[in-house]
Design a protein around this ligand. Structure first.
Ligand SMILES: [Fe+2]
Length: 567
């Protein structure tokens, strides 16, 4: 059984292919079109499907669109049709004039969603039309609209290594739900409760991101980084906004932010102490609220395992606070916790239901994207008249360059699914010098306050990061172990933590060997790992993207396939 999952409704458009319970391929559209997040979350862009990501997924399995048995679209417009008047063809008079939460353009978005199947069959751009062409005559699939939060939830409980679990999703919004809770017992999934629009912790975070002069639905992670520099002097104001109630419910008030905190920061204006303090206060109240909600879910579900998804679950400081609260023995977060992951969740859910349950896959790694054969990489390098070498001891040679403080573009194997580079498309560097964070921020043209994160051999993790266990997806922060803090200054954030990735050899042998070789050379089995891109660019996908990024930035070395390029 072949199931195609699609996320397209808001942003982070993505596709995923599931075959008989196994995820075969998954990728975000932005990596192919080079438009960050694929598109902005606007009603006018709802029609745009992730054609390039779909084309990749089909190609990875040697399929055409007509071969698909089920298509799972991670949004259910019928949930909204119950509350919104819609008339087709659309007339301005059909737009609701007075709704407390929705845009007057909501019907347009709904119309596009309802037409998504036709758009899939007819809309693929000409340059990739080949795999789509036969679908009009030969398609036999069943089309499924999967509720947005159900898709998030399934991306967690059907991917996590647990047979049963509690599930919590926090995002901006789905159709109506903004937060949802459930319990998965291996054979059945049950929604326990949900919070609906307009109350949303995710939208509150987006609103403050916008107020602080950043791009909402995109730069929330920058606000999280800012928070480490501030004091929670406005915590009371945020506690007043967020009111936690019974059964996992909460409300969020919408006060005038300028009246509360002063004028909003214009984009690009200098950051002042009050901005750091607002970020810190917001972050603290998000953490407190999430812990309270997770505690309610613990009581309601009785499970020792918690799975999380939704864009808010990319907040690795919040995740660590939930972990450290000790409510659950295990906490697992879907690495593509944002909307891209709903393509995977919708496909897994549909496949699981149609097969009548049963699991024989869980997400051990995120290397689900495209890879390029050695011959293709070499041909590309030759055509570009680029000088390269092919070291016999590849990991040893790159480790030597890293130990010389060279910054390395690392392009190996399959691209990661989700926003984190995890050793497929990474920029790697030595953590030994305190100036490395600044050098990397310069290379990536990023703000000075942004931390860089470490990757560490799994078996060594506990000696370098306090209480560190398995953490393959960079979704939790850990305190840097005090006895070793001075040896890895580049990855220690201002609050003493680091957002770690642990790696075991089976997940990515070459990446593991590189870090081990660096450890043998320097005594430190840790590298800085940041995503292979520059500011506002999606992570590189193809050899061409990698070479262009390498030659247009101050990266010193490109390690691509078995080849090494130096400047
Ligand atoms: Fe979402």
């Amino acid at each position: 059984m072949i199931t195609l999952g699609i996320n397209a409704v808001y942003h982070d458009s993505a596709a995923c292919l599931v075959m008989d319970g196994r995820v075969v391929a998954a990728a975000e559209e932005e990596r192919f079109t080079r438009i960050k997040h694929g598109k902005r979350p606007l009603p006018f862009t709802t029609w745009e499907l992730p054609y390039h990501a779909i084309d990749y997924c089909l190609g990875a399995a040697g399929l055409e669109l007509a071969d698909i048995d089920h298509v799972a679209y991670s949004f259910d417009p019928h949930k909204l049709l119950e509350t919104t008047t819609i008339q087709l063809p659309l007339e301005p008079s059909a737009f609701p004039t007075k709704q407390s939460w929705s845009s007057p353009w909501e019907p347009l978005s709904l119309a596009y969603t309802l037409n998504a199947e036709r758009q899939l069959v007819d809309g693929a751009p000409h340059h990739i039309r080949k795999r789509f062409a036969g679908a009009k005559k030969a398609k036999h699939w069943q089309w499924h609209f999967v509720e947005h939060h159900l898709a998030h939830e399934a991306s967690a409980f059907l991917a996590a290594p647990f047979d049963e679990s509690a599930v919590m999703t926090l995002d901006g919004r789905g159709e109506l739900a903004t937060t949802s809770y459930g319990r998965f017992d291996g054979a059945r999934y049950q929604r326990l409760a949900e919070v609906q629009m307009p109350h949303s912790l995710g939208l509150l975070y987006e609103r403050i991101t916008d107020y602080l002069g950043f791009l909402h639905s995109s730069d929330e992670y920058k606000v999280m980084a800012l928070a480490s520099y501030g004091e929670p002097v406005h915590a009371a104001a945020f506690r007043e906004m967020v009111s936690i109630q019974e059964h996992g419910n909460y409300t969020v008030a919408q006060p005038d932010l300028a009246a509360l905190f002063g004028p909003a920061r214009a984009r690009g204006a200098p950051l002042e102490k009050r901005h750091f303090d607002i970020a810190r206060s917001l972050q603290l109240v998000l953490e407190e609220s999430a812990i309270e909600l997770a505690a309610w879910l613990k009581r309601a579900s009785g499970s020792d395992n918690l799975c999380m998804a939704g864009g808010v679950a990319l907040n690795c400081v919040m995740n660590a606070r939930i972990r450290d609260a000790g409510l659950y023995r295990n906490v697992w977060v879907q690495p593509a916790a944002g909307d891209a992951g709903t393509a995977l969740g919708a496909a897994l859910w549909t496949d699981w239901r149609k097969r009548g349950g049963g699991r024989h896959w869980h997400m051990e790694h995120a290397f689900l994207g495209p890879e390029y054969p050695e011959a293709e990489i070499e041909e590309f390098l030759k055509r570009g008249k680029l000088n390269y070498t092919r070291p016999a001891d590849f990991a040893g040679e790159v480790a030597r360059l890293l130990a010389e403080d060279k910054i390395v573009g690392w392009f190996q194997g399959r691209m990661e699914f989700g926003p984190r580079a995890l050793g497929g498309r990474s920029i790697l560097a030595s953590p030994l010098g305190a100036d490395m964070q600044q050098r990397l921020n310069e290379i990536k043209d990023r703000e000075d306050f942004r931390p860089v994160a470490p990757v560490v051999l799994e078996e060594e993790a506990a000696s370098w990061f306090k209480d560190a266990r398995v953490s393959p997806f960079m979704l939790f922060v850990h305190e840097v172990a005090p006895q070793n803090a001075a040896r890895i200054p580049a990855v220690r954030h201002v609050d003493g933590t680091a957002r770690i990735q642990t790696i075991r050899r089976a997940q990515n042998p070459l990446y593991y060997d590189l870090i081990r070789a660096f450890g043998q050379r320097t005594g430190v089995p840790v590298l800085v790992n940041t995503s292979f891109n520059t500011r506002s660019e999606p992570i590189v996908c193809t050899p061409r993207d990698a070479v262009e990024c390498f030659w247009t930035s101050p990266i010193d070395v490109l390690a691509i396939g078995p080849f090494v390029l130096r400047k």
